[in-house]
Design a binder for this molecule. Structure first.
Ligand code: EPU
Length: 428
């Protein structure tokens, strides 16, 4: 194992070979909690959000709310925000750099203070990720929009309802538009919206705050109000964390019971897992067991907007296919550069070739432990999964990404019988 590189964050050391058994509770969804936290900016009243996962992204969002002037407290998954003191309309670049989702502060700041200055997020490891659709929406809504010195400046004199069609389906773009329009008196229409369960959870919150939102197909009709109220809300379970544990159960040939799962949000993932060789047993409204049926079968997986197969589960399912005899293909339709885990999985003995947006996977008998590097959140999760079944030791460097999106991952895995240790950052 070389250690000549300097690592910016902790590593995981995983010893492969233990089948996972037992019960794991799935946390509240990160990508539902974030827009809901930002939506609190729209009101002066106290907001209580339950089952918010304890993650770096959530801490960053809370810090941003504090910088803007809100107060708040957190205990055991419950976050209480008192947003009445919000006076600042600036989201500094150091926060946006740490957490791309801070672009969700544009809409509530414009809605409440009629002004926002938000640092422009750059591209990131999974793709360029432009925000042209967000800006086009704000401009269409009547805001003055300018980009200067790395900041987006938004300002509006008179808020008015709008009809807008997104050129492409964007999750946070839809969320920004829904948040803003909930604060605009009158009837607005959004077309070609994202329908991810996290978007729907945000819409539920905006309704609790006093907006009227109806969604039919990919169209939303929003009747907003200037007088938005505080709310109490429990965020939906994290469908990506649930999917990740389902893959872990299947991969290791174990038997993991997942609690706090909403199977209605997981149709496309369950279909693919069943096609590969998993059996999904529902044990009640929010409990499920996923076990191996027999030998795995190769599959063709195409990522797509909800209700399609989520891009956030692509890397994890790739590990299953990597040890499945035969040839499988994954086509990544959402992000142009979301195959960085391939190079790392190949270091562990996988045989995967990327051509454009397709990954061609030739199943191998086994993976072998190696030193691998995390590049983004879901890629890192796939490396941990690979480590769980690899022969020998896998060291996963820079797991900072995992801490952004998986709550207490090593604790949860260890409780199921995995051998996972955290190595503190190595300074060299
Ligand atoms: N896009 C544009 N212009 C825009 C907006 C998006 O070209 O103005 C493109 C993107 O570059 C991408 C596609 O449209 O190719 C879809 O991007 P989208 O805007 O839907 O992604 P996002 O809102 O930035 C959210 C999640 C991601 C998840 C994607 C896709 C949050 C905070 N993030 O990102 O989650 O992968 O939707 O479902 O909700 C993760 O949790 O690991 C993660 C990356």
């Amino acid at each position: 194992m070389t250690n000549t590189t300097s690592y910016t964050s902790d590593s995981f050391v995983v010893e492969g070979g233990n089948p996972l058994r037992g019960t794991v509770r799935i946390s509240g969804a990160k990508n539902a909690s974030l827009p809901i936290l930002f939506a609190t900016i729209l009101t002066e009243e106290t907001c209580t959000i339950e089952d918010v996962p304890d993650l770096i992204d959530i801490k960053n969002a809370c810090e941003l709310l504090r910088l803007l002037g809100a107060e708040g407290e957190r205990a055991e998954g419950r976050v209480v925000i008192h947003p009445s003191g919000i006076k600042s309309y600036e989201t500094p670049s150091h926060i946006v750099r740490r957490m791309r989702a801070s672009i969700l502060s544009m809409s509530p700041l414009l809605g409440r203070l009629r002004k926002a200055k938000v640092a422009l997020p750059g591209g990131c490891s999974i793709g360029q990720r432009p925000i042209d659709q967000h800006l086009k929406f704000f401009s269409h809504a009547g805001a003055q929009v300018s980009v200067k010195d790395g900041f987006v400046y938004l300002e509006i004199e008179k808020k008015r309802p709008v009809e807008f069609r997104f050129d492409l389906i964007t999750v946070t773009g839809t969320e920004n538009a829904l948040i803003y329009l909930s604060s605009v008196e009158g009837r607005s229409v959004l077309r070609n919206i994202a329908l991810e369960p996290e978007v729907m959870d945000l819409a539920e919150v905006l309704k609790k705050m006093g907006a009227n939102i109806e969604i039919e197909g990919r169209t939303a009709i929003i009747e907003g109000t200037e007088e938005l109220r505080g709310f109490q809300h429990r965020v939906i379970p994290d469908r990506i964390e649930a999917g990740t544990f389902m893959v872990a159960s299947l991969l290791t040939g174990g038997e993991v019971l997942l609690e706090n799962v909403n199977l209605n949000h997981m149709g496309a993932v369950l279909k693919v897992l069943e096609e590969i060789g998993g059996r999904v047993e529902s044990l009640g409204p929010d409990r499920v067991k996923v076990v191996r049926k027999g030998a795995f079968s190769p599959a063709e997986v195409i990522t797509a907007e909800y209700p399609g197969f989520p891009t956030d589960m692509q890397a994890q399912v790739m590990v299953l296919l990597a040890i499945t005899e035969g040839r499988s293909v994954i086509y990544e339709s959402i992000f142009e550069n979301r195959f960085q885990h391939v190079k790392e999985l190949n270091k562990m003995g996988a045989k995967i070739e990327v051509r454009g947006r397709s990954a061609f996977i030739e199943g191998v008998d086994k993976l072998t432990g190696a030193e691998v590097f995390s590049t983004d959140l879901r890629a890192s999760a796939s490396l941990v999964l690979a480590g769980l079944i690899a022969e020998g030791t896998t060291v996963i460097r820079d797991i900072y990404h995992l801490d952004r999106g998986y709550e207490r991952l090593e604790e949860k895995l260890k409780a199921l019988g995995a051998s996972v240790e955290r190595l503190p950052v190595l300074v060299s």
